[in-house]
Design a protein around this ligand. Structure first.
Ligand SMILES: Cc1cc2nc3c(=O)[nH]c(=O)nc-3n(C[C@H](O)[C@H](O)[C@H](O)COP(=O)(O)O)c2cc1C
Length: 185
């Protein structure tokens, strides 16, 4: 995509949920808004979708796992977190939600969120029992109190076969939330 000064940079952190495959379509939907999307992934996420998928879609390198110096930038987590109009984590696992609530930064996704200079939008996805667990709900509450936009989960059939709350919210809702956050920021 052609970059100009008005192009908004979105950093999308993808984590190790079965819904990670939906992040590829999310990238396309964000690009249709004219946004320049950069993807980073946890090590677990890379087991569900290959980084090459995101690299091909975004035409940008994809950082995975631990923070490491890469050819393009030694401080990629800081460079991108400083430039992002909005940092989005979708899908966000129960594990990453907990890490974010506690300020952990042991991989490129969590380190970038911790260093984010702008708004953060999180779209959780997990099994219903994980979602309803008081620990997860306390983490959601903590993040909301800090100004993180934690989106609702969807309800319906879950990948594990259960029916209930925990699905990744529909992609159009994520895109709309990011657009609204941008407008407010
Ligand atoms: C098939 C499968 C699907 C999973 N889906 C989810 C999920 O949707 N949400 C979640 O929070 N954890 C899920 N997990 C567990 C996470 O993959 C696990 O907690 C992992 O350590 C998360 O790593 P990350 O948070 O660093 O990405 C799943 C595990 C397996 C084996």
């Amino acid at each position: 995509m052609k970059e100009n000064k008005a192009t908004k940079t979105i950093v999308l952190g993808v984590t190790g949920s079965i819904a990670a495959y939906k992040a590829a379509e999310l990238v396309r939907r964000m690009q249709q808004q004219g946004w320049d999307v950069w993807v980073m992934m946890t090590e677990a996420a890379a087991k569900y979708v290959g980084p090459l998928t995101f690299q091909a879609l975004t035409k940008h390198p994809v950082a995975v796992g631990k923070c490491e110096a890469v050819e393009s930038s030694t401080y990629q987590h800081l460079d991108l977190s400083g430039r992002a109009a909005v940092m989005v984590v979708a899908p966000c696992t129960a594990n990453v939600l907990a890490k974010l609530a506690h300020g952990l930064a042991d991989d490129v996704v969590t380190a970038t969120v911790l260093a984010a200079a702008g708004p953060v939008v999180v779209a959780p996805a997990m099994n219903e029992r994980m979602w309803r667990n008081p620990a997860t709900q306390a983490n959601v509450k903590t993040l909301k109190e800090r100004g993180v936009l934690v989106l609702d989960v969807g309800e319906g059939e879950l990948a594990c076969g259960d029916v209930g709350a925990g699905r990744l919210i529909e992609l159009e809702h994520i895109v709309a939330a990011v657009a609204q956050t941008m407008k407010e920021g």
